[in-house]
Design a protein around this ligand. Structure first.
Ligand SMILES: *Cc1c(COP(=O)(O)O)cnc(C)c1O
Length: 336
């Protein structure tokens, strides 16, 4: 199950929804697309034809915060239910709801205990129109094998004897291929569906490159003032105005190196710019990470390039190191 949530792992939700549909059209066994929140359903519903599972558990306040979905979309939505009271309330409000029950894992994020899962069986028997579509397990990122934990949790699910329609499905995250293979062998009557986002969309970082555009270049002498705060240049060099700012998620990085008094004094003696308060930026030129001349603006940032460095031209592209899941890109271009 592909996961499309947040900023679409940098690609946008719409593009991921279309790509999931493309996978399905090519005959891959992709039945369901996961979104993170109810507010994201509208972004994917017209671009993806299959079922849509919402990873954030349903809560009683959900109908109040989301626009009502057209019936044709509502029928494709599978809710995640993580509390007994929510199960009762959802099936009272919408008796034909499709849902998966979430079991807590060592993550301790959302979910029911083994005992609550068992009680959920009772609730489902009282609401026979409800459609249970399996159990959801959200595991932490791998630290050793998950198999012991998964087996214990599945034993709880089997013991709960919840009434279900069709095949039993386990929706599960963060298993290795080997763990998946073992589980499929051990639980032959379950359909095991891994939920994957990062590995699917960002699996080959080498195929991706983030760049910013140089928008302006100004030579400065020591003592020249610049920027919103009227700072003065500590030495001669160039100010570079580059695309990308707070609106894109460009933030201040930690000051370079050791910030102890002694270290600062040493850098100052060497003429280091971090000692005068310049902070490392995610932009790099000629393989060297550059310093912000001042904190990033809304859509542009000012960098200080000391004398001696190669000065890029207006229009040049420079590399930026950012987190794909935390950046809003102006444009995504597929090349090749
Ligand atoms: C985000 C998310 C995933 C996918 O996680 P990745 O690490 O991006 O593969 C799976 N399950 C749940 C519940 C999530 O919230």
């Amino acid at each position: 199950m592909p996961v499309a949530k947040g900023n679409g792992y940098g690609f946008t939700l719409g593009r991921l929804a279309r790509k999931a549909q493309w996978l399905r059209d090519r005959g891959h066994d992709v039945t369901t697309l996961a979104v993170g929140t109810y507010d994201e359903i509208a972004e994917v519903a017209t671009r993806w034809q299959g079922d849509i599972l919402v990873l954030t558990p349903w809560r009683p306040f959900i109908p109040a915060t989301t626009a009502p979905l057209p019936d044709s979309v509502a029928k494709r939505v599978v809710h995640t239910v993580s509390r007994l009271a929510d199960l009762e309330q959802l099936l009272t409000l919408a008796p034909h709801s499709r849902l998966v029950l979430e079991r807590t894992t060592s993550m301790q994020r959302h979910g029911m205990s083994g005992r609550e899962l068992w009680e959920a069986g009772e609730v489902l028997r009282r609401h026979p129109a409800g459609r249970l579509e399996g159990v959801a397990l959200h595991l932490p990122l791998a630290q050793g094998s998950h198999l012991g934990e998964v087996s214990r949790l599945l034993v709880d699910y089997v013991a709960a004897a919840v009434p279900k329609r069709g095949a039993d499905t386990v929706w599960i995250s963060h298993l290795t291929d080997a763990e998946l293979a073992t589980l499929r062998e051990q639980y032959g009557d379950f359909s095991i569906r891994p939920r994957i986002g990062t590995q699917l969309w960002l699996g080959d970082r080498g195929a991706l490159r983030v760049t910013a555009t140089v928008l302006d270049v100004h030579p400065v002498e020591r003592g020249d003032s610049f920027g919103y705060r009227g700072r003065t240049a500590p030495k001669s060099g160039h100010l570079l105005v580059v695309s990308g700012g707070t609106a894109h998620g460009i933030g201040l990085e930690a000051p370079t190196g050791d910030s102890s008094m002694k270290a600062r004094a040493a850098t100052l003696a060497r003429g280091g710019l971090d000692a005068v308060g310049f902070v490392r930026s995610p932009y790099s030129i000629d393989g060297k990470q550059r310093l912000f001349a001042e904190p990033p603006h809304m859509q542009a940032s000012m960098l200080f390039l000391p004398h001696g460095a190669r000065v890029p031209a207006v229009g040049d592209r420079i590399d930026v190191r950012v987190r794909y899941t935390a950046t809003s890109f102006d444009r995504v271009v597929i090349e090749g």
